[in-house]
Write a protein that binds this ligand. Structure first.
Ligand code: MSP
Length: 521
């Protein structure tokens, strides 16, 4: 069978400040998807990066008394450090200030739009919100301020290049309505479709300004053949998804291999740019469109938007330092519905950690390993065929088992694995995680049913079969959590010490010196 390719992108974050838990969510969600696809054998490319141009950056740099390049370098270093701690497995990191890797692609795309006759010069007069890095209309303001940033926009009048978004509106509408350009969840697609007005509506999309005069923001990519103008930061930024693959550079092999993206992950605040402007640019340049946009919700902190003034900014480092990177990954994977908004407080985090990691997973692993050690010196051998076929119970049947004269009801349902995979493929990471924790509960129940700690006194063979089956189940758990909690999965596998010998699975396990997840009081 031909190897499948899988290309996943994530919005390049603004290099104007440290990353908070919202950005961390985008990273972890994407990383889980990428790791899953690598795990099932897809030839995977996962792209991350930083958005370094524009007025927002220039202003933030000035505040710190730094030049823009030095300023973004600092922030990018911090972001990369966080990504390393979180075990983010991106294959490349694109920086928009990188003249060699990014600029040629951004400029090639610009030229393609120009050749299509989709760029013209005009005068823009209106409002601009630096926080959004976007032109904004009177209608969108609330009490004269941008609703997202709570700041008054600037009034500007300047000569700009415009992109004929209007020309592509009918095709965009068709693509969104037919889901040929799939937007998940559908409600986000509907919001975009609504912008075109109802059936027979004359409403269309206005053309957009796609450059700024060099004088007003001297920090960006020069427009080809007109260095007096710099590319509008969103055009510059969106092109990262292809520039990173070598588009516009000498070697376009990666681009040929991986584009179009299989999924582009983004937060709900930037859907317009990804579902309208970006596909329109691609249509204009006659490039294929991404297959799917996966739009995730926003995190709030204790019911409020995170803000420095309120002092409620959720910082990833606080969770990582207190609980470990995998604990944070766990929370983001399982306790958040990707397509919905969610709220976090330190208390909620601790509760979920204690219930599902310290107890739940951690407890199951440690007590099973202790029993294996105590009763069998860590050496437990068996096979699915001859011993207690736990695997059969997971994948095929849910039965009432009969072992050594005991009749025990099983609660292991038969479709955990297929459900896990179906949810993973549909990017329903929380539901896939639920399937894992269902298996963990089943294994707990299984131990409770058989009571190997009693059984060992009357029928050591039967007790070994029980322990073997639980160890086998834990192997499945370790496989399933590999994309979610890579570090924990590796630790568990090392503790199990599983190998295959003459059709049997042999565990040479040992007890960890410290618990996988220490309970927090
Ligand atoms: N630079 C642009 C993206 C350009 S892509 C061509 C940008 N950067 S950002 O740093 O503001 O956001 C990066 C990601 O973090 C986006 O997906 C955004 O939606 C997400 N989040 C920012 N705040 C968030 C929350 N409070 N909650 C969840 N995600 C949030 O936009």
């Amino acid at each position: 069978m031909e190897e499948k390719k899988f290309y996943l992108t994530i919005p390049i974050f603004y290099a104007n400040a440290e990353l908070h838990l919202g950005h961390t969510y985008t990273l972890v969600l994407s990383d889980i998807i990428a790791r899953y696809h690598r795990g099932i054998g897809d030839k995977t490319f996962f792209l991350a990066g930083s958005d370094e141009h524009g007025e927002k950056i220039v202003r933030a740099a000035q505040k710190e008394g730094l030049g823009p390049q030095a300023f973004v370098n600092n922030n990018v270093a911090k972001a990369q450090e966080l990504m390393k701690k979180l075990a983010i497995s991106n294959d490349a990191f694109i920086r928009t200030s990188d003249k060699e890797s990014h600029w040629p692609g951004a400029q090639k795309l610009w030229k393609a739009l120009e050749e299509a006759g989709d760029i013209y010069k005009g005068v823009y007069e209106g409002l601009y919100c630096v926080g959004c890095e976007a032109f904004i209309t009177e209608k969108e303001l609330v009490d004269g301020k941008c609703p997202h940033h709570d700041t008054a926009p600037d009034h500007i009048k300047e000569e700009n290049y415009f992109f004929k978004l209007s020309k592509h509106a009918p095709e965009l509408k068709r693509l969104l309505e037919s889901s040929e350009l799939k937007v998940t969840p559908q409600t986000r697609a509907n919001e975009m479709i609504a912008l075109f007005g109802g059936e027979g509506s004359e409403k269309t999309l206005a053309d957009v300004s796609i450059s700024r005069p060099e004088g007003s923001i001297p920090w960006g990519i020069p427009v080809p053949n007109d260095p007096g103008q710099l590319m509008y930061v969103w055009c510059d930024a969106l092109s990262n998804y292809i520039s990173a693959l070598g588009y516009g550079r000498e070697d376009e092999t990666l681009f040929d291999t991986f584009w179009p993206a299989d999924v582009q992950v983004l937060g709900k605040d930037i859907v317009r740019f990804h579902a309208l402007l970006w596909p329109a640019m691609l249509l204009s340049a006659k490039l294929p469109l991404p297959k799917e946009l996966l739009v995730h919700g926003f995190v709030t902190s204790g019911g409020k938007k995170m803000s420095k003034t309120l002092g409620n900014v959720l910082k990833p480092h606080d969770f990582i330092d207190g609980y470990g990177a995998d604990a944070l990954r766990y929370y983001l994977a399982r306790e958040v519905t990707p397509t919905e908004d969610w709220d976090l407080t330190p208390e909620k985090f601790k509760e979920a950690y204690n219930a599902n990691l310290a107890n739940g997973l951690g407890n199951l692993v440690s007590r099973t390993l202790k029993m294996a050690e105590q009763y069998f010196g860590g050496q437990v051998t068996g096979s699915v065929a001859t011993a207690l076929p736990l695997r059969t119970r997971i994948t095929e049947v849910s039965v009432v088992g009969d072992l050594a004269g005991l009749t025990v009801p099983y609660i292991i349902t038969n479709d955990i694995l297929p459900r896990y995979h179906a949810h993973m493929r549909a990017y329903e990471i929380n539901k896939a995680s639920d399937a894992v924790w269902e298996l963990i509960s089943s294994l707990d129940q299984y131990i409770a049913d058989y009571e190997p700690f009693k059984l060992v006194k009357t029928d050591k063979d039967a007790a070994e079969k029980v322990i073997w089956s639980v160890l086998y189940g834990i192997t499945e758990v370790a496989d399933m959590i590999t994309p979610l909690l890579p570090d924990t999965a590796a630790k568990i596998k090392a503790l199990l010490g599983a190998s295959e010998k003459e059709g049997e699975r042999v565990f040479a396990s040992h007890v960890p010196t410290e618990p996988l997840f220490m309970r927090k009081e």
